[in-house]
Design a protein around this ligand. Structure first.
Ligand code: DX5
Ligand code: ZN
Length: 221
């Protein structure tokens, strides 16, 4: 089943509530919230106050992607703020297993994120313990970047691995996805599609959510 996860990084924060309502009404499956610390990535976005104010105002699960150094310290704080699924970067900690345990102990789903050039081999002792793997298809830090096509092979390899092991792990892909390439991403094996600028820069964000889903589902036929 395909899940569409609009990223609010590209939303108009003046009208954030209204824009979230739009994508929710259009059938989005979760809301992707990008947290950037200006240290792990060269940009600063939003923190716990934004997660807290969205929590409870939408029925969409909050998919919080923390692009921060020291996820051991920050993952639990974002779960307390309201994350339903929390994804952190494997590159940001020497203790990914500890972070996963902490997130789950706090009652959220746990996922790990790999930068475009981080090898799938980093998942060898992690895959069985996570609910989701997020593969970055741009270098994290900014919305509106161009999709890196070499990631398609990586998605395919991860899908094969997950199937071979019979695991129930979602494969989310994030960065540069829009109507022109969403089919390729789904055909490669992704089932959770993040889209920021493609949705919130469109004239009608709701219409764009429906279009992405339609194209994604066509790709499965
Ligand atoms: C990038 C973020 C993405 C970003 C995607 O670092 O993790 O979630 O918002 O934006 P688009 O879809 O515009 O590439
Ligand atoms: Zn993201």
């Amino acid at each position: 089943m395909i899940k569409i996860a609009p990223s609010i990084l590209s939303a108009d924060f003046w009208r954030l509530g209204e824009q979230i309502r739009k994508v929710e009404d259009a059938g989005a499956d979760m809301l992707h919230i990008d947290v950037m610390d200006g240290h792990f990535v060269p940009n600063i976005s939003v923190g716990t106050p934004v997660v807290k104010s969205i929590k409870g105002k939408t029925h969409l699960p909050l998919d919080v992607h923390i692009m921060v150094s020291d996820p051991e310290r920050y993952a639990p704080i974002f779960v307390e703020a309201g994350a339903d699924i929390l994804t952190f970067h494997v590159e940001a900690t020497p203790h990914p297993n500890r972070v996963i345990q902490t997130i789950k102990a706090k009652g959220a789903k746990a996922g790990v994120v790999l930068n475009p050039t981080t090898s799938l081999s980093t998942l060898e002792y992690i895959l069985q313990d996570v609910d989701m793997v997020l593969l970055m298809s741009v270098n994290p830090g900014f919305g509106g970047q161009k999709f890196l096509p070499f990631v398609l092979k990586k998605i395919e390899a991860l899908r094969n691995w997950v199937e071979k092991e019979g695991l129930k792990v979602d494969i989310e892909v994030d960065g540069g996805i829009g109507p022109t390439n969403v089919k390729d991403v789904v055909k490669a094996g992704a089932n959770v599609i993040v889209a920021g600028s493609s949705i919130f820069a469109a004239d009608d964000a709701g219409e764009r959510v429906r279009l992405l889903r339609k194209l994604a589902e066509e790709a499965l036929r």
